[in-house]
Structures are given as C-alpha cells and as structure tokens.
Ligand binder design. Structure first.
Ligand code: OOB
Length: 547
C-alpha cells in the first residue's frame, strides 16, 4: 500500500478476499466492464440535460483523458486535487486518474485558500483540476493564490475557460495508450475526514474496498438498469459518490444525473424531466424539499421511489413527513467517509425506519459500543461507536500520531459518535464525543475555527459550540473572551476576519457571545456542554422570531 497508509493486516486481507468482498478489480477496470455490459445506454447526464454520455463513450473519454494526463507527466502514485462541481467531468477525471494509478484527492467545492493549501501540503499533490467559476466564485484565481505559496502544485487543469496559463481540461484528451494496471489493493483516491482535527485528514480508499462498498450498497438498495440517480449533494462527499450513489448506479447500468444545487426549485424539475427514481440528501435538504412540497410546486415527482437521508440526525417528526409529503420510501443512512455505513432496509417496519439509523451494510462490519474505559456497554446503553471492516480505513494518510489516538490497538476506528444498539441490532445515534459542529451535513471542527478566532487581536480565548437550529440542525456559536482592554468583537467583524484567512464559508460562526470567563469541567477543560446548553437556553428564551 502507498507509503504513509496503514494496510489491513495480511490475515484480515486474506479473509476479505476469500469471502469475496475484495475481488482484485480496479475501479478503472470495472468501468470497462460496465461499458461492455451497458454499451450505448446513458450513464451520465448534466443538470441542463444537454450532455448525455453513454457508457462506451464515458469509457473512451476516460482512456483519452488518462493518456493526456500521462503525456503531461502525471503517473502512478501522483496526487491530484479534484475540486469540481457536480458534472460528468468529475466522473471522467476521477476514472481517468484511477486508470493511470494517479490518486484524486476529493476537495469540496466550498473549500478556499486555507483548506486547499493544507491539502496540497498534506497530500503532496502536484496537480489539480478545478472549474473556471462556480456559483460566481473564480477558482482559477484561488488556485493561482495557492500556487503562489506552494509552487510544487505544478499543473492546473481547468474545466471551462482556462486563465493564468493553466491547461483547459478539454485540451487534455489524447489517443489512448496502454497503461499498467494499478494494484486493486492499493489506494484509488482520498476522501476527506469530517473535521475532528483542526484541518481535514486524508482517508485512503482502495479500489477493493470502494468497489465492495458500492456493490453491496447497490444490492441492498436494489439498483438496476432502470435506476435514475440524482446526485444532489456535492459528489466529492462519500454519500452521493458511493453509498451507492453515482458509482453504484453505474455498476447497475443505471443513469446518474447531476444537480447543481440541492434547491427544490432546481431539483424538482430535474426529477420530473429525467424521471429520477433514487436520491440521497441531508436533513437540511429534506427540510427545503418538504417545505416546497407542502407549499405546492406543480412538478411531477411520482418517479422518485427512494430517498436516502443521512449525514446528520434526522428527527422522527421530520422522518414521518417524508413518505406522505414526497411520495417516497425513506431510507436512513448513517455513515462516514472513513467507512462504516448503516442503512435501514426497505422491508423494515415503519418504526425502525423512522427512529433508527439502521444496521451495517456488510456482514463483515464489526461494531463495538464502549464506555470511557473502552469496555463494551450493555445493549441499549449509550457509548462510543468503534468499528472495523472490509471498507473501513485502518489509518489516515501520513498521520501516525493522530492514528494512535483514533484507532484501538486491534484496528477499530473510534468514530467519536455516541450510539446505542436496539435489541434487534439497529444503531441509534444519540450524540457525539468529538468536538465537531454538524451544520447541515457539513462537519466543522471547533478546534480549527477557535484557532483562527484567537488570531484576531480582540479575542483572547474562543470556544466554538453547536447551537440548535430548526433547519440546519446545528449552527455555530462562538463564545469569546475579549482581549484585555479591547472591545467585545462583533459577529460581522469576526466573520470577515475568518473569511480573510481563507476559511470556507460554511465554517463561519452564526453567533458570537462575549463572556468574561468560560465554565470549566472537573479536569479544568472548557466545559463546552455547559456553553452549548447556555446558548440553547438563550435561543429558547428568545422565542422563535429571534432564534
Ligand atoms: C457522512 O460522512 P462524514 O464523513 O461527512 O461525517 C461522518 C459523521 C459521523 O461520524 C456522524 O457524526 C455524522 O457524520 N452522521 C450522522 C448520520 N450520518 C452521519 N449523525 C446522525 N445521523 C446520521 N444518519 O456524513 C456520510 C457518509 C456516507 C453516508 C452518509 C453520511
């Protein structure tokens, strides 16, 4: 496995192979098989419906892109940042890099200077692929700034109009060349962790493990050639990419349609036009869709059969409205970029679907729910979820110190989630031990934001905590102790400060509370639970019109 990664122990790998979970096929080769099986059927459709790409066409496009990337010096093991909006380009670029054995590092479109610089440094990327502009933001200018600091990022490919001497993605394809087949047990690409540490960690996903994840989830979800999947969330996110998402849809011979935004006014016409059957969303998007559906929108959503919902807690009252209002079957999904996925099943009783996050997708997923002493708690009691299995990482890339804390000695990943198991083995997410705010589906590391806040001259100390929000689930509240003799910093000032430091917009606090001191725990740590309770109380007291 790539240097800097933690492989599964040999005897475990042998077991996963024997059981048929890992089949030794690369993702690039799988696409070749799908092209042979599904030929001219449509594989990918863009939001406008103008680009409709068949399986064979996609296969050839990837070969040509891989040849072009190779001609420009990219090769096996090279890391390439990929930050593209939801378009067929994303799929073609990734599969071209898979064929080449080069490793895409998935970057959310919302990432800015701060995140990109960190990812270039951590991954050692020498190239990146970005759009010209997206949602009114110029990514070429962003990359130019990043490259000003990190010249090792040698090549920039732009989907759309290039600038600053960058290469147009459209100019890359060349006549296909024979390329050595990468090793299926090695890394295919990197997903990003949801921010338990100050900045995202890189999660190596192998061809074998991801092929298995998409195959097993597509099977559970019953995807087939009639599946039309709508990618609503950014495809750099594990959920729409491979749970079963875009890849699972391609494996089944279905059609993946790309939405530009999760807005109902954009997605509902797409569902009607493409006769979408299957999609996945976060609770915040569900709120928007429910509100639009309840208001009446005039679009025919009758083709939509299943909506998966995950990434943040879905409250049973909201879950209950999904079926009747949208006319779909709900599937709850609990998952993480690191691996483990739990799904409710179509034949579960309604109570299970509405109130639990389902059970693991693989019989080989191992789960432990433990107390603070790492000992398993009784069924029904809440504890931290630890897991290992055939598609769950054994270590983050280039992070030995963090890995020592994030994994047990026997290879279980400490998820940081507090869960309990029902007697039937279903998972119910109860909270978390990790210091993260889940704003919509976005994971925001408190430590990261605190670090930037304390860099402001008016701030002596900062503590970032979640506060309840009816639509996003949680928003970000920053408690600050002003620096001596300085005024209490105001929200717009701090937001502007964080933005100027190149932070993605979703990480900016929604509220600031200036205080003289922080409450402390018995261990003399800032008592964030107390702070979170305090702001929740204030919001409740303020009444809904000010909340
Ligand atoms: C998904 O992946 P990440 O890596 O962005 O975030 C993982 C974390 C989990 O550890 C948990 O804290 C939270 O997101 N989470 C949920 C949840 N699903 C994820 N919390 C409550 N209820 C749920 N259903 O978020 C992700 C990856 C693949 C599929 C679905 C979600």
């Amino acid at each position: 496995m790539l240097d800097g990664c933690v492989p599964w122990p040999d005897e475990v790998s042998a077991r996963y192979r024997e059981a048929g979970y890992w089949r030794g096929e690369t993702l690039g080769r799988l696409l070749r098989r799908w092209a042979q099986a599904y030929g001219d059927r449509t594989a990918l459709v863009d939001a406008e419906g103008t680009r409709r790409i068949g399986y064979r066409e996609l296969d050839l496009w990837c070969d040509r892109l891989a040849a072009g990337f190779a001609a420009r010096g990219l090769g096996p093991g090279d890391r390439v940042l990929v930050q593209l909006p939801n378009t067929p380009d994303f799929v073609a670029v990734c599969f071209a890099l898979f064929r080449l054995g080069a490793l895409p590092v998935f970057c959310l479109p919302a990432y800015r200077d701060n995140e990109l610089r960190h990812l270039v440094e951590l991954s050692g990327a020498t190239a990146c692929v970005v759009p010209d502009t997206h949602n009114g933001f110029d990514h070429r200018d962003l990359v130019r700034t990043v490259r000003g600091h990190l010249p090792a990022l040698r090549q920039v490919f732009v989907a759309g109009e290039p600038a600053h001497g960058f290469t147009a993605l459209a100019d890359v394809p060349a006549d296909p060349v024979a390329l050595p087949e990468p090793d299926a047990s090695d890394v295919a690409f990197f997903l990003l962790s949801g921010g338990t540490t100050a900045l995202p960690k890189l999660i190596p996903r192998t061809h074998d493990d991801y092929a298995y994840q998409t195959r097993i989830t597509a099977k559970i979800c019953g995807l087939d050639e009639n599946t039309v999947y709508l990618a609503v969330l950014p495809v750099e996110f594990n959920f729409p990419w491979g749970c079963p998402g875009v890849i699972g849809t391609l494996a089944a011979g279905g059609r993946a349609v790309f939405a530009r935004t999760p807005e109902p006014l954009h997605c509902f016409p797409l569902i009607e036009r493409e006769r979408v059957t299957f999609s996945s969303a976060i609770p915040t998007v569900v709120h928007l869709w429910l509100a639009a559906a309840e208001e009446g929108h005039g679009h025919d959503l009758s083709s939509l059969d299943v909506l998966q919902v995950g990434s943040a807690k879905l409250h049973p009252e909201v879950a209950e409205r999904i079926g009747p209002t949208l006319g779909v079957r709900l599937q709850q999904v609990f998952g993480m970029a690191e691996g483990l996925l739990t799904f409710t099943r179509y034949d579960d009783d309604p109570e299970t679907v509405l109130t639990t996050q389902g059970r693991p997708v693989s019989p080989a997923d191992e789960i432990r729910v433990v107390g603070p002493d790492d000992r398993e708690v009784a069924v029904g009691e809440t504890g931290e979820l630890l897991t290992r299995g055939p598609y769950t990482l054994r270590g983050y890339y280039r992070a030995p110190e963090h890995n020592a804390r994030a994994f047990t000695a026997d290879g279980f990943y400490r998820s940081g989630d507090l869960v309990r198991l029902t007697p039937a083995g279903e998972i119910v997410v109860e909270g978390r031990v990790k210091d993260v705010v889940v704003r919509g589906g976005d994971k925001v590391s408190a430590t990261e934001v605190e670090g930037h806040l304390t860099a402001h001259p008016d701030v002596q100390q900062a503590a970032v905590v979640p506060m309840p929000d009816p639509v996003l689930g949680e928003k970000i509240c920053a408690y600050v102790i002003p620096a001596p003799g300085r005024p209490a910093p105001r929200l717009p000032v701090l937001r502007a400060h964080l933005r100027s430091r190149g932070l993605a917009a979703y990480k900016l606090p929604d509220r600031v509370e200036a205080v003289g001191s922080f409450p402390l725990t018995g261990l003399n740590k800032v008592d964030k639970k107390a702070l979170a309770a305090r702001v929740a109380e204030r919001l409740a007291g303020a009444g809904p019109e000010r909340g």
